[in-house]
Design a protein around this ligand. Sequence first.
Ligand code: ASP
Length: 333
Amino acid sequence: MSKKILIINTGGTLSSVMKESGLKPGLSINDMQKELRIVSGDIDIEIEDFCSLDSANIFPEDWSALAKRISDVRNGYDGIVVIHGTDTLAYTSSMLSFMLRNINIPVVITGSQLSITNPVADAMENCRCAIHMAASKIPGVFVAFNRKVMLGCRVSKVRSLSFDAFDSINYPNIAEISSLGMRIDKEAVPERSGIFKPAIAYSDKVCMIKMFPGIHRDVLEFLAERGYKGLYIEAYGIGGMPFLKHDFIGTLETLIKGGMTVAVGTQCIYEGSKMDVYETGKRALEIGVLEAHDMTCEAALTKLMWILGMTSDSSEIRDYYAMNVAGEVRSNL
Ligand code: ASP
């Protein structure tokens, strides 16, 4: 019996058309039917429009609604493909990895750098890869792009123009397509750790800041005044922050004592943090920040939003943040 895949369109360049106001999503799933049927081969596809947005206009409520839709329909399909703009795709794929933790089918997110209407686009190739991964029976949330399949909570957009826009960060690719066909590295697929129970709540009172020389601690005070519950900081190198001039770490301590959760990782793309080495990291650990280790910034941020949507108990928050939920972290490096 042929496999049945649902393709959900959210917009992005793949479905874009040129308008006077600039390139914007405009094709509905019906306009893309012909191309999608060519690449799906003998896999049976159903298609639906969820929204038609440049992914710069995707918000956390869209993640939640998308996760709910996927969770509601999952039993009717062997797999689900989501078409998404590339700009915030890694945030969506990270959050879906948490909200849909332990899902029993493949959910594969894809997009492209050129519209599917462009004869030299990467769009059909990416959809082909996504549809065939969605038919693989391998459960989890993945991203398919440029003949690679990556774990959804491990991708970052690292190139703005090239077809090879995404890398799997600190984690092997799940699959690659070459002259040998699609080779799936089953060892790299995280095991399901329990039954599927969608968890689509989140907190939007979370902020992310990138450390730079001269950053003033009053930005932290502002966040506390405005009732922010969580903060993710991209610190220097293996996780350093200042404590001399402008005692950033001292102000963070006040925030943490006031109930804010602060997580810290690195602004380097590869290899992660190791905050117990330098004084500039150790001091931060001592005042109670959580460490992101080798998570991408997209996973580190969305994980915090997801956890703070579930609980406000500080020890639960700490345990969840340290836990490997969907393959996003190896904390024992
Ligand atoms: N601006 C587009 C988006 O993220 C870029 C793309 O899809 O490649 O929706």
